[in-house]
Write a protein that binds this ligand. Structure first.
Ligand SMILES: [Zn+2]
Length: 393
């Protein structure tokens, strides 16, 4: 026989489970949802729903959104929706041309988005990010929002504990970014920027888009892969290093040590190099200006880049079968120059393209996708399980 102390523990976890279950229905509802609809959707009794809703209202996680519509009885039903105040997520991002900070509320709405120049010395990057994070938290507090988690979007492969393994443009190797920011910002998660950009785009395009690759050309070319509405992370969270897929067997040696990597043909600095050998602070803008003025070297480099991207993406899509490619990050600014080459190679190389062509288009959130995705991933912990917020409130 189980010890008697088991019983209250089980009841408590059941209570927490039912509360999460109900809350996730409100999170996923496209419009305000009534108590009766919640009871139907969850299979819980009306008194249980009433108690849970009272708890969520008291904790400031939901609000009554007024009479949503009339039921069969003709009585108006009060709709429930997520609160625009209360918990919020903070995202930080290191881009080629800037650092950015973003706060999203529980509804996923962007409430604060700020940019600062990226310091020339890579060592100053984390200090500047800490300052931006503190300013974003203060801006959030002024709007009755409390930042409950922070996620940093970083280039290159990131270890789960927050160690950036390899980001050559920043001069980072085995940099513990989470530890460096913890003193200023509390607990910080660090994740790969391309994956977070894909999360941002997934959220912005839901529910229309469920299977896609979002390829971002920032420092290293990364691909965030979304299958059935979920980000494919890989065993160690290192999936999507598209920049180091070989597009030629015997190309030049890459910073990673291999030869013929996509990065050499489609990296922003490499596209820009023939026309402007010095590194530009905002390479995508510089490329767009040169291409628009008809600069032949730049147009040829863009053509090479589109072709190489199409070759690498074809290999990926032949294996994972997605129906859409989003040109994300800085590539979204160059989509008009890259799309044709990418589509041409996909149509040639993806086995099933003649039946079902892969759609190629600019990502809606563009260069802001990673920082918005980072903030969304920070608030998602509360969206999935509101019990921690209720316990602290
Ligand atoms: Zn490489």
């Amino acid at each position: 026989m189980a010890p008697a102390t088991d019983t209250p523990v089980r009841q408590e976890s059941l209570r927490a489970h039912n509360l999460s279950l109900t809350f996730r229905q409100i999170v996923g509802a496209p419009a305000p949802i009534s108590r009766i609809e919640l009871a139907v959707a969850t299979g819980l009794t009306r008194p249980t729903i009433t108690r849970i809703v009272d708890e969520l209202l008291a904790g400031g996680l939901i609000v009554e959104a007024g009479p949503a519509r009339s039921g069969n009885s003709g009585r108006p039903r009060v709709g429930l929706s997520l609160a625009p105040t209360g918990p919020a997520g903070l995202g930080l991002d290191i881009r080629v041309d800037a650092l950015s900070a973003c706060v999203v509320d529980l509804t996923g709405t962007v409430r604060h988005l700020a940019f600062a120049p990226r310091p020339p010395a890579a060592a100053d990057t984390l200090a500047r990010l800490a300052d931006m994070g503190r300013a974003a938290m203060a801006a959030a507090a002024a709007e009755k929002l409390t930042v409950v988690g922070t996620t940093l979007a970083a280039p290159g492969p990131v270890e789960n504990a927050g160690v950036v393994r390899f980001a050559p443009v920043l001069g980072w190797r085995d940099v513990d970014a989470a530890a460096a920011l913890r003193h200023a910002l509390g607990e910080v998660m660090v994740d790969n920027d391309a994956g977070l950009a894909a999360l941002g785009e997934l959220y912005a395009s839901a529910p229309a888009l469920r299977n896609f690759v979002c390829v971002s050309g920032e420092f290293d070319i990364g691909a965030g892969i979304v299958l059935e509405g979920a980000l494919l992370r890989g065993a160690r969270g290192w999936s999507g290093s598209l920049g180091h897929v070989a597009v030629t067997a015997d190309g030049p040696v890459c910073a990673c040590g291999a030869t013929g990597c996509l990065q050499h043909y489609a990296g922003l600095q490499q596209i820009l190099a023939p026309a402007a050998p010095a590194a530009a602070p905002a390479p995508a803008v510089a490329i767009d200006i040169l291409a628009s003025s008809g600069d032949r070297d730049t147009l040829a480099a863009l053509d090479r880049a589109g072709t190489a991207l199409g070759v690498a993406l074809s290999a990926l899509i032949n294996i994972i079968d997605v129906d859409t490619v989003l040109l994300g990050g800085s590539y979204s600014l160059l989509a008009s120059w890259l799309t044709e080459g990418v589509e041409r190679e996909l149509n040639r190389r993806v086995l099933t393209a003649s039946w079902a062509p892969v759609s190629v288009r600019p990502a809606p959130l563009g260069p802001d996708a990673a920082v918005i995705g980072a903030a969304l991933s920070a608030i998602d912990r509360v969206r999935q399980d509101p019990n921690s917020w209720l316990a602290r409130a």
